[in-house]
Ligand binder design. Sequence first.
Ligand SMILES: *[C@@H]1O[C@H](CO)[C@@H](O)[C@H](O)[C@H]1NC(C)=O
Ligand SMILES: *[C@@H]1O[C@H](CO)[C@@H](O)[C@H](O)[C@H]1NC(C)=O
Ligand SMILES: *[C@@H]1O[C@H](CO)[C@@H](O)[C@H](O)[C@H]1NC(C)=O
Ligand SMILES: *[C@@H]1O[C@H](CO)[C@@H](O)[C@H](O)[C@H]1NC(C)=O
Ligand SMILES: *[C@@H]1O[C@H](CO)[C@@H](O)[C@H](O)[C@H]1NC(C)=O
Length: 621
Amino acid sequence: MKFLSLAALSASIAACVSAITIAEINGNRFISPYKGQTVTGVQGLVTAKGPNGFWIRSTTPDTDDVTSESIYVYGRAGLPNATVGNVVSLNGRVTEYRSTSTYLYLTEIDTPKNITTLSTGNTVTPLQLGQQSLISTLLGKTSLNPPTQQYTSLDNGDVFGLPGNTSLVSVANPVLQPKQYGLDFWESINGELVTIKNPSAISRPNTYGETWVIGGNWIVTGKNSRGSLTATPRDGNPEGIIIGDPLDGTDNPKDVKLGDQLADITGIVTYTYGFYYVLPTTKITITTPKQPEFPPPTRLTSSGRCSGITIGQYNVENLSPQSALLDDIAQQIVTYLKTPDLLFVQEIQDDNGATNNGVVNANVTLSTLTAAINAAGSKVNYSYVDIDPVNNQDGGQPGGNIRVAYLYNPAVIRPHNPNPGSSTDANEVLPGPELKYNPGRIDPANPAWVDSRKPLAAAWETLDGKNKFFTVNVHWIAKLGGSSIQGDARPPTNGGVDERHLQAQVTGNFIAQILAQDRNAAVIAAGDYNEFSWVEPLQTFASVSGLKDLDDATLTPPLERYTYTFGANTEQLDHMYVSPKVALLLPQFEHVHVSSWVTDADVVSDHDPSVAKLNVCAGLL
Ligand SMILES: *[C@@H]1O[C@H](CO)[C@@H](O)[C@H](O)[C@H]1NC(C)=O
Ligand SMILES: *[C@@H]1O[C@H](CO)[C@@H](O)[C@H](O)[C@H]1NC(C)=O
Ligand SMILES: *[C@@H]1O[C@H](CO)[C@@H](O)[C@H](O)[C@H]1NC(C)=O
Ligand SMILES: *[C@@H]1O[C@H](CO)[C@@H](O)[C@H](O)[C@H]1NC(C)=O
Ligand SMILES: *[C@@H]1O[C@H](CO)[C@@H](O)[C@H](O)[C@H]1NC(C)=O
């Protein structure tokens, strides 16, 4: 990395030429060629100090953009001898450090000794990330715009590709290609003091007050209309960077929300907790909060007839009668979802929540929810159906017994020939098509569902009995156990993907049996699939079931398809799939971003709900 301040240059000429430069220590790969070796006379300008060490930038930079000119000097013993603006010389040991075996290594110099001040009062100029101004470009400054799609050369062109963990960065140790790959880019400026101009938040902060951002002068891909970056096929948005704990001991604000404009951020690039970070010199500040604070409610309201049935879906995050946010969930169903005729909910806990005592009934949870919906001013007085799981066999919080359930408006639809199955009864598609159990769980003994929620298949009809439609409510196994998108394993491991792939086949086969009997059947499968539409489980599900992705059928712009925020990405885990006939009859679909957009204090669930308006009338085709 070319970088030269005149003051630092004169200082370095005045001092003796160092034996080894910072660029040589960092090298042009992830792992230092000097790993484990003791180095002497390393010279650099102190650019910043943290609680446990300081950062120095070379006074003798090379001409190679790939080798970082800065490095972390770890060890509190060195702090008294390091003052920002001083050029120092030091000895120490080159170390590759990581706290967890699945992370990347951070190259650092530890046990610093003989820290000697060579000059004082030098100007410390941060590198400016993003596109340079025209004048700077004419003066020969290269742009420092993070790559926008791929993470490493080891991902075979697809950071979401399977199988994961076919190679490790720490073993392959590829030559950095900072113009192509995000991790290579951040590694090539690791340890640098940088400025992010006109940043905006692309997430809300985590519990540590750490927020993901992009710069205002960066070229980015995936930017949605709210201002965050949506994950799309082969584009995992490596340009997003997380802003960590301020170096001066101040605390970042907790009320940042996605899309907020922030004041310029200056800080140090590092790698920690499984991600590249910028550690700001001081706390971030909001300059212009994103407006409006809350999303608009859905525009989709029921017509009360088979041609305009509304269907909602919402993962209500471990809802129990004890949930502090139960009334808020109810209020959202009334205000934001406009009380759809049929609501697929996931993560309904049993009547005593996470108390692990054998209780599996959820009728108190569900009746508390429907009463709260009434209390929130609903004109719809919901009824509900669910099937209890076998105690502690469906994953989630121990004792919580989360399950999927349906709320329905009995003034518009009713279960068709109700005949609820037991926890262990396997639903079947009978001639008709009819369901053996209504509702009934799909193949609950199948090993695909170990420690996971069984899908709930149901059949419904309008009150005249003339229009029947089928539904499958899913909550596939979570991505738990995956590796960091910025971790050592490449491509990253997609936690639970093998289980989800089996679940896709079992769920898909069941639906295919309905469509095999009646290719014009109205079928809706919705819920928390815990997967992106372009990854194998959902590709398999679509092809096996014969259903269509409702976002495709309704031409939802790809960047507006999100129901969840994770790391740098807004992403879609919750989907609705419909049978070909329903897809043809001018369906409508909206994602309601009551979770993604709001501050931590306003979060009611970690997922956004969605609402569809569908034609389920019989005999139209
Ligand atoms: C800090 O400077 C003092 C005085 O020059 C020196 O004795 C000491 O060894 C230095 N400490 C380190 C860690 O280099
Ligand atoms: C300590 O650093 C000074 C300045 O670079 C150098 O002259 C001296 O030889 C170093 N001493 C040791 C023991 O490395
Ligand atoms: C990746 O595979 C290596 C062995 O090839 C293993 O040591 C490591 O734990 C795996 N990492 C992840 C995240 O699965
Ligand atoms: C829940 O179900 C149990 C047993 O089926 C029944 O005794 C109880 O009255 C129900 N409670 C509510 C609130 O519906
Ligand atoms: C809702 O319906 C239930 C069952 O039909 C009934 O007992 C209850 O009074 C109704 N509540 C309201 C607010 O209409």
